[in-house]
Design a protein around this ligand. Sequence first.
Ligand code: SF4
Length: 350
Amino acid sequence: MAVIPDDLLDRVWNGSILHKDVYYLLKKIPSFKLFSLADELCRDVNGDIVTYVINRNINFTNLCVGTCKFCAFRDDNGYVLSMNEILGKVEEALDLGATEVCIQGGLLDGVGISYYCNLLENIKSSYDIHIHAFSSMEVFHAANNSNISIKNALLELKKAGLDSMPGTAAEILVDDVRKVICPGKLSSDQWIDVIKTAHRLGIPTTATMMYGHIETENNRIEHLFEIREIQKETGGFTEFIPLPFLSKNTSLAGHCSTHLEDLKMHALARIVFHTHIKNIQISWVKLGKKLARLSLFCGVNDLGGTLMEENISKSAGGAYGERMVPQEFESIISTAGRIPKRRTTLYQFR
Ligand code: SF4
């Protein structure tokens, strides 16, 4: 059975793993050895602690001028929440102990920066809560519609109360793939520009990757290395979240990942990002509680949030519910022999 060469292992531990090393690991090394390495790296960085956050998703609209083929959320006969409805959801979240609201929506026709700022200001003027909001695509859309630079759009959003941003809309940072799955979306370079600008302005973000559609193994590796390069430059990513493509109700025929592939994806992320990104999160809403528990042996140290409501994965066939109470997180983590800790968005412990 193939063993991991010492020089490759050295590069993993000192954070300088190469593209060809990842390829070697995927082709030559059995999955259980990858899991074991990822687990060792994870424990080295995070000990036995596994985290989660009490948060609430708010998808303020599912109307969208976008044309992403993997999207089942957009609806031409959809809704736009009123400000009162949004504030009501924030209040409910706070009553349930939330420290974060995660706000994202479709791209409303012609809507500019003042719409997004108004939303933030209304929440911040009434409530003390961390606002994790707006993908790079939403920022790009708002800036374009208002004819201002990405930097100025982000400055206005920050001033209005934006605390951090989701790293969504990254999909796969390879333009040949993006041209097929989301032809109208911002390019890889534009996504990177929004994210780096946010980091430089002191707005941390998560990083994501949507996999399991038409991309190749090589595309996934390219994506991971692109994220690692950004992190080396800015240090602004709080965590990395692999997101498997769910195909129901979408116009994109993808092969969809197996659970073994899902676990390998998380393990690989831990291995590639060692010394760069401390937190690897699993999306329980896309992959379920059983796989979430298993992933804690494959390099994952964060289970994400309670969400309270979830519309995007549910529209695409997600079958694992949209709410998880803190007791369930604690039980999943404890029964895996780890120590549960509630965290804030920016990984401070409560
Ligand atoms: S993924 Fe977002 S931008 Fe793309 S169509 Fe769906 S809602 Fe619109």
